[in-house]
Design a protein around this ligand. Structure first.
Ligand code: AMP
Length: 382
């Protein structure tokens, strides 16, 4: 029996998501979620959560001891400048991921625990770390550098890393396939609009700019994150409002974005409230869409020639209203959405641009787990 299955683990700050994939046909054999880690009613910690995942798989006859399991792929949020591609986990690799914890204090520790527990359960199995930042490692210095003192920036690792990399990689490739062209031939703007949201500019399959920065806080308006903001707002809140750094961090990461503007972080709820004439919901929608349009314009200039604008993730795949509003009035850039195509719902990759549109507009469902599984399987097979 050959080993053709990959377990993908996505250990977040308070949850662990998993999928078991059969790589010969990309079918999903099992998937699940352990939530509320460390919270009331949930499991105690990440170690307990991972053990629960192992037990759930065992119950379904798909335990970690199965000889068909080829490898475990771990989503790791921050790879800094150390990791620019998927990496087979060794003690040295694990130590380096630990060294990067200050850059992602909420995420990397959970990822590390996931790797350690999986290694304990199956020491003989290849464990592969797939980094959220890796796809953006090709961004040129002009776009990756912040204009601050270079010595300070280098000393503290302050630069644009970007995130959602597995999604941007998967979706930009799938978009090229939808256009019937090779990734190397097309320039794509990817708009990953989930609870977290980011845009990327991909030239010929290579990422050249992205909206998220040193952390996932920068860029687009998100469910609970502000995205771009004048950094002096932070000083002002400290000096004038008397808030400490942690309170400001919480405000900008967890109490801002759609939630801060309207009281709801879910675009479905914003849509419902707008239909009832709710002004705060309308304002949140307008701010969200304005920011998106701004990035489409900016990345059009960065790329010079755009072949496709592609929407993905929860909002991007489902909200025709956001797609239409974000790209309305962009005929001058050669971007025209067809209202009928845009209104069609579905789970397949599809074009929503008008026949007359110079730039293709597409909806492409993302699949970060499959991308991680492919990277993992490729490395595990050597
Ligand atoms: P994700 O992070 O990709 O799972 O996206 C989650 C977000 O997608 C939710 O917070 C919602 O705001 C949004 N979403 C999911 N379904 C819909 C829908 N049918 N219409 C609009 N937004 C949606």
């Amino acid at each position: 029996m050959s080993a053709t299955r990959v377990l993908v683990l996505n250990s977040g700050s308070s949850s662990v998501k998993y999928q078991l994939l059969e790589m010969t046909d990309h079918s999903r054999l099992a998937s699940g979620l352990v939530e509320r880690i460390g919270e009331e009613g949930g499991v105690a910690d990440h170690t307990a959560a991972l053990r629960q995942v192992a037990a759930e798989l065992e119950d379904r006859g798909l335990g970690l001891d199965s000889p068909e399991l080829a490898a475990v792929g771990h989503r790791v949020v921050h790879g800094g400048t150390s990791f620019t591609e998927p990496t087979l986990v060794t003690d040295a690799v694990l130590a380096e991921i630990e060294r990067l914890v200050p850059l992602a204090p909420l995420h990397n520790p959970a990822n590390i625990t996931g790797i350690k527990v999986a290694r304990d359960l199956r020491p003989d199995l290849p464990q592969v770390a797939v980094f959220d930042t890796a796809f953006h490692a090709t961004i040129p210095e002009a776009a990756a550098r912040y204009a601050i003192d270079t010595a300070t920036a280098d000393r503290y690792g302050i630069r644009r890393y970007g995130f959602h990399g597995t999604s941007h990689a998967y979706v930009s490739r799938a978009a090229a396939a939808l256009l019937g062209r090779a990734p190397a031939e097309v320039n794509v703007i990817v708009l990953h609009l989930g609870n977290g949201a980011s845009a990327s500019a991909v030239r010929g399959g290579v990422c050249v700019d992205t909206s998220m920065g040193m952390t996932p806080l920068e860029g687009l308006v998100m469910g609970t994150r502000s995205g771009d903001i004048d950094p002096a707002v932070v000083f002002h809140l400290a000096r004038v409002a008397g808030m400490d750094v942690d309170a400001i961090d919480t405000l900008l990461n967890k109490g801002s974005g759609l939630l801060g503007l309207s009281g709801d972080n879910d675009m479905r709820e914003i849509g419902r409230r707008m239909a009832e004439g709710d002004e705060r919901a309308r304002l949140a929608f307008d701010v969200y869409v304005h920011r998106l349009r701004r990035y489409v314009g900016a990345f059009t200039a960065v790329l010079g020639r755009v072949d496709a604008v592609v929407f993905t993730a929860g909002v991007g795949e489902n909200s025709a209203a956001v797609r239409a509003a974000a790209l309305s009035g962009l005929e001058g850039l050669g971007i025209e959405v067809d209202p009928v195509r845009n209104a069609v719902r579905g789970s397949a990759a599809r074009l929503i641009s008008a026949e007359s549109s110079r730039v293709s507009v597409a909806v492409v469902p993302t699949d970060e787990e499959l991308e991680i599984a492919r990277d993992t399987y490729a490395l595990a097979r050597g």
